[in-house]
Design a binder for this molecule. Structure first.
Ligand SMILES: [Zn+2]
Length: 457
């Protein structure tokens, strides 16, 4: 298999050289952040340390305090809008971007200098695209609408740096995107897994067979977990290879290599960009690093970032970690299992059982006839905790098929979670998100409020 490198001198380093290089960047970033960030200075003071106490990686991961979303949001409230962690003059800010705010805990404000953006687009974005087979002259679709996030401008700039002909189709509807893909023979697309399903269903509906009528031969996805059958289905329907990456606003980044998102029944790996950021994976209870194949929380520290720097951000992303060498492509980076990342804060406690949205995704989206769903947790009239799943089916299914599918999904959900779900067809069409998908609403508290004891007096 042809090896693809974006920055060969780093991607072919020995493991030892990579760790030395990373430590040098980390030490510089530590000193820089402490010197310039008010938030960092307060945290170090509270922990009774200074950068002089951090002499080894072991010191770093055991002594440097964590940052959380709550810390960032509180820091912004103290000194709006950027917080005391803004480490450059305001006229040096080249890009301001916010987290998407889907967690309900507020949006973090982040910034980049011109050099930060160059680095992010050139190192993070380009590496992920090059590993996925993108090259100069490719005609590619960027489906992200420009907004105040990092993704759309970073993808656009990264693709232009690679020399691709970028079609920014974010503001067009799905049908128009498909028409551009056909008319200009686009060879690569980036999409979330959910939106890829939407694109596929819409293509079929308007009589486009993606494998025969389109020229897309590589697809890069991100953001969501998916069953391995999703990879097989998409690769067959599009006659394309599926690649996937993991990235975050806080500069966590890793992507699949030449091997793609899956080979047969074997999932691929996100090879972590350890020259861009320090990626730790910790047990969220003991706070110690996890071992090979274990699940933990990803903690990220961007390296060589000048505007709004921070150390050890707890992402709440639940990942499965593997050491370098687990994939035989030879890259010196540690890795995460591809397609299985979930959120610790997405976990739902239903009838006392831990349930992740991905369990429902798996039951719903492995079926040929389903296109979307929404879930709702609420207290029924007789105060029973109820988990309702409303399914949107593809057009043209018979009532009989739908009924059978509802029953199958309901049985599968009971098998994997041990609890009963109320699975029904959605009476109305459901929204299909292009980027972040939030399918669940929790109205149980609302239900409880209704039953609250009347105020006395
Ligand atoms: Zn590999």
């Amino acid at each position: 298999m042809e090896k693809r490198y974006n920055i060969p001198e780093i991607e072919t380093m020995t493991r030892e050289d990579l760790l030395k290089y990373q430590w040098r960047l980390l030490k510089e970033q530590l000193d820089y952040t402490y010197a310039r960030s008010g938030l960092c200075q307060r945290q170090f003071k509270a922990a009774k340390i200074t950068p002089d106490d951090i002499k080894t990686m072991d010191d770093f991961i055991h002594k440097v305090p964590f940052n959380t979303k709550e810390d960032m949001v509180a820091d912004q409230a103290e000194q709006p809008p950027y917080g005391t962690r803004l480490a450059v003059r305001e006229d040096e800010i080249f890009l301001t971007y916010l987290t998407s705010g889907t967690s309900g805990k507020g949006q973090e404000v982040h910034t980049m200098t011109e050099a930060d953006l160059e680095r992010y687009a050139g190192v993070a974005v380009d590496t992920l695209y090059v590993w996925s087979g993108w090259k100069r002259g490719d005609k590619v679709m960027n489906p992200l609408p420009l907004g105040i996030t990092i993704a759309a401008p970073a993808h656009y700039l990264g693709l232009m740096k690679l020399g691709c002909d970028v079609f920014n189709l974010g503001m067009y509807d799905t049908k128009t995107k498909l028409e551009y893909m056909r008319r200009f023979k686009l060879s690569g697309i980036f999409s979330t897994p959910a939106y890829l399903d939407t694109l596929t269903a819409e293509a079929e509906e308007i009589g486009i067979n993606p494998a025969k009528d389109l020229w897309v031969r590589k697809i890069l996805t991100a953001i969501q977990a998916y069953p391995i059958s999703f990879v097989h289905r998409i690769e067959e329907k599009w006659n394309a290879k599926l690649f996937d990456y993991y990235g975050s606003t806080q500069w966590a980044a890793g992507g699949t290599c030449e091997k793609g998102a899956a080979q047969g029944e074997q999932r691929g790996y996100y090879h972590l960009l350890q020259h861009l950021s320090l990626h730790e994976v910790i047990n969220p209870e003991t706070l110690e690093p996890v071992g090979s194949g274990e699940v933990g929380e990803l903690v990220v520290t961007p390296l060589n970032k000048k505007a709004s720097p921070f150390l050890r951000f707890r992402s709440a992303d639940r990942v499965r970690w593997f050491p370098y060498g687990t994939c035989d492509c030879g890259r010196p980076f540690d890795m995460l299992e591809c397609g299985t990342i979930t959120r610790y804060d997405d976990m739902m406690k239903i009838k006392g059982v831990n349930v992740w949205p991905e369990m429902i995704d798996e039951a719903v989206f492995t079926k040929e006839g389903t296109s979307e769903y929404q879930g709702r947790l609420y207290m029924s009239e007789d105060r029973r905790e109820t988990a309702e799943v409303r399914i949107e089916f593809k057009k043209g299914l018979s009532e009989e098929t739908k009924k059978a599918l509802l029953k199958t999904i309901s049985n599968e959900l009971r098998d994997v979670t041990g609890i009963g779900f109320d699975v029904k067809e959605s009476p109305e069409p459901l929204p299909h998100a292009v980027f972040k998908v939030r399918r669940w609403s929790d109205e149980r508290v609302k239900g409880l409020e209704k039953k609250a004891i009347p105020k006395s007096g």
